[in-house]
Design a protein around this ligand. Sequence first.
Ligand SMILES: [Ca+2]
Length: 147
Amino acid sequence: MLARSDAGVTAVATSTYPGYPASSVLDLDVDTSWYIGSVCVASSSLYCCEAQSIRVDLPSTRSLSAVVMRGNQGSFSSGYDFLTGRLDFLTANGGLISSRNVVFNRPNGDWAIELTPPVANVRAVRLVPGWAESNAPGVAEIQLYGQ
Ligand SMILES: [Ca+2]
């Protein structure tokens, strides 16, 4: 697994609920989550969070073979999951390599994908939420696999 904070991987979010930082998606603890701090607003729905995102940055470009995301199991184990989203694979310059649509599994909010073939030259992975169960939704883990 590539995405661990002790391996130089970092996470940054456009919005964070106090006490639930972006780094919570990298600690390999399903009981800790990052949550969006703002009220989710969009043209179509109160519960659409696409104005926010979280990005996991790698210390160097890598080839990713899988992504695993885990739903919230800690303080807010139900009612604050993402329902849909989009996962963007980015270059070192922030350019878009490719994207995958995400429909999180119910009821736990988990999601996983094997990337075949692997996505090469990835420097960052960004999750752009779509629909969510509520305001201030979050995710417990974003785990990246590859070499
Ligand atoms: Ca966590």
